[in-house]
Design a protein around this ligand. Sequence first.
Ligand code: NDP
Length: 306
Amino acid sequence: MEYKSIIIGAGLAGFTAAVYMARAGLKPLVIKGQRPSYHLTTTMEIEYFPGFLHGISGPDLLDNMFRQAEQFGAQVKIGDVYEVDLSKRPFKVWLEGWGEIKTETLIIATGTTAKLLGIPGEKDYLGLGVSTCAPCSAFLFRDKKVLVIGGGDSAMEEAIYLSHYASEITVVNRSDKLRASLALQERAREIRKIRWLMNRTPLEVITGEKGVTGLRVTSHESGQEESLEADGVFIAIGSKPNTEFLAKQLPLDEQGYILVKPGTTETDIPGVFACGDVQDRRYRQILNAIGSGCMAALDCQRYYTR
Ligand code: NDP
């Protein structure tokens, strides 16, 4: 099967590109991975979205965009892309459950995935007391004690979200300063259930018969190890671009972000574009993702009329 255009990734960048491509008559196929969009499902209330006086929730925004893209004629297939061949035309994309699909042009909008700490206990208990997504699992921690690891915007959002469920939330930050925006820090600091523990490096997720029971950390002040009691550990230490499936087919930077020509979404291969967080190591904001999705669709349309 051959498509005029495929968009890999069904987050805000991918769906924005899909709306623009569909409206231009380019009949895009959007490939939606099995996992939910990381950035959006972890951003429950987008209170700064321009024009929305009362904000909008991430999942609602994504759902609206999904329906809007379909309404304009985009097709959506669900499955994880595990390989692409960009060495000749048409490009080839291999999708779990569907096999090989060909396309004239490709827009990559695969976003990022939450990073893990790489400490013992973490992977084994992922989904069983260790989480990277408060909105996905906060309800399991009603009236329980939880830790949130990290000090950026993601950590603030996780802590704020968890405060609707958990009885006590402790933000564990490895340095003495938070990296989060002041607005989010202030919102979190207003919540009395949220406590702050700075200068601690996580060493191990402590587990027992009933699952996660805490976290072992080093205190930078005393140089001593400490055990923090908790029923759940939420890791919010940033994210990494989802580019493994590209396997050296496109130039990436040292962190794995796709390199695009400055001021455009064009990659090194004509007809292949990248938008959203997967090519944005600097801003990684929802509005930038939307803007670059629009840019990718326009760059792709120009490719056809060049
Ligand atoms: P950031 O990179 O901003 O912050 C990561 C945090 O995790 C830092 O506090 C960092 O500590 C800590 N950290 C990293 N590695 C480790 C480790 N191995 N052990 C312990 N701590 C660690 O990531 P975010 O995901 O918070 O944000 C990424 C981008 O997305 C930012 O641009 C942010 O503004 C944006 N974003 C915006 C949101 C919004 O506007 N609502 C919501 C979520 C994200 P240290 O400071 O010591 O390095």
